[in-house]
Design a protein around this ligand. Sequence first.
Ligand code: EPZ
Length: 422
Amino acid sequence: MDAMVVTGGRRLKGRVRAGGAKNAALPIMAASILAEGPMRLKDVPDLADIRTMTRLLKTLGVRVEREPDGDMILRSPRRTTRNRAPYKIMRTMRAGICVLGPLVARRGKAEVSLPGGCAIGDRPVDLHLKGLAALGARIRIRHGYIVGGCRRLHGAEMYLGGPFGSSVTGTENILMAAVLAKGTTVIDCAACEPEVRDLARVLVKMGAQIYGVGSPRLVVEGVDHLTGCEHTVIPDRIEAGTLLLAGAATHGDVTVEGARWDDLFALVSVLREIGIEVQHFDDTIRVRASRRPKSVDVTTLPFPGFPTDLQAQMMALLTVADGISVVTEKIFPDRFMHVAELGRMGAEIRKEGNAVVVHGTRTLSGAEVMASDLRASAALVIAGLVAGGKTTISRVYHLDRGYQRLERKLRRLGAAIRRVKQ
Ligand code: EPZ
């Protein structure tokens, strides 16, 4: 099991590039089940979650190959009886739920393990099942599996909002089912995340008819067949945001390529509010911080709100801001596994329900800490970059799920960080 060793106190300077977006690539890979021809994807990052989705699709009879230049080619079988997504794969990556809609739509049957919960909280799929049932699928839960079937789905109007607003993979699943349904489907309270938009763009390239892309109201005219296509996955706004926050937290001067202004506007607005200088040109954003950041209140919301996937990393920066900040988590109310670990580094944080009060301190002190989930791991790396002394972060396999060799990118910016075998 690997660990990350970080020696803090260095200001990050230089230029790095964000990789392809994990949370766009995963549903787009699942969409290959719908295609009656090969799908060629560019900029698919080489991450643990991508390898898990690859394993899952191969279990479902899809041929997945990586060419020497990194392109990913996916070929779905004409006919197969391999329609079961096993628990042993699903429990490691809940995004596997994205195969459910395509399986029911294209093959007429699916047996997909319920994903279960994870470190950031309960991960229900009731909205996914509600949407599929609205499209005419017969859905049953049997021995921990979702068993779905339908000869041909039919269009329907549905409201897909839940207690925490829209659902990203819920919208993606229903969208991938509706494109082959007979008739018109209207999805209200659809998620508007850039990754959902990228999936919709791929489906349109494959021949789907989708209107309102990027809005909370999607209208789909079902078609009978979808072809393969070629697509370049959008850059990862969460990786880009993590790198920008690392630059800001270390009072550095960091330029991130592949950082799309419209995708990161909530983050850059908060960075400007706390006194960070932010410039942008094309798909590049530069942050410069010459003095201690000010405190600020941050609330996570569905896109275009402040992303929940940057909450932990933002909190790491606020632990050394000047003043008291309140971070409120409206998407995953329990997404605070990083709080205790930051506390071990000297952060003064008090949890109050789905919010935490952060009393900024002058600095943190390096310590041995443990990663618990993907974004909490990134927060601990940022805290280690800021802290005096050495920080050892164990269980970095969590980090590897969503960041491709993050330590290399940070070293290129001047960080003292290395991966060690534990
Ligand atoms: C996606 O998860 C992302 N994962 C998550 O990123 C991200 O944190 C999340 O969206 C929110 O932006 C992928 O895209 C693969 P949701 P998803 O359905 O789709 C509740 C990362 O770090 N809900 O939008 O699972 C749910 O409990 C990962 O890369 C229901 O109540 O999230 C949550 O409170 C972590 N019923 C809220 O909605 C449902 O049927 C938003 O969840 C579905 C969700």
